[in-house]
Design a protein around this ligand. Structure first.
Ligand code: SF4
Ligand code: SF4
Length: 76
């Protein structure tokens, strides 16, 4: 399964990742980060296709997409 990791402290809450997710699988949080800004969270962890669009759209490199194709998947 693709894992999305958000560096919430780098997020400025612009919402671009939410807007561009083709699965509509992201939303901005009710909680706030250290700067008092909302940050993205996944709606359904199984709903992500790993397309990487959110990662590519983020102007602050606050998103990391870990594809299941990567070799670290089996490490627990
Ligand atoms: S990788 Fe694609 S499907 Fe998954 S959250 Fe990002 S934009 Fe949405
Ligand atoms: S695109 Fe980046 S900075 Fe904007 S809300 Fe998403 S994670 Fe935060």
């Amino acid at each position: 399964m693709t894992k999305i990791r958000f560096e919430t402290h780098r997020c400025k809450g612009c919402g671009l990742c939410v807007l561009f997710c083709p699965r509509k699988n992201l939303r901005l949080s009710d909680s706030l980060n250290e700067q008092g800004l909302s940050y993205p969270e996944e709606i359904d962890p199984d709903g992500c296709t790993g397309c990487g669009l959110c990662f590519r759209m983020c102007p602050d490199t606050a998103i990391e997409v870990q594809s299941p194709k990567k070799d670290n998947q089996d490490k627990q």
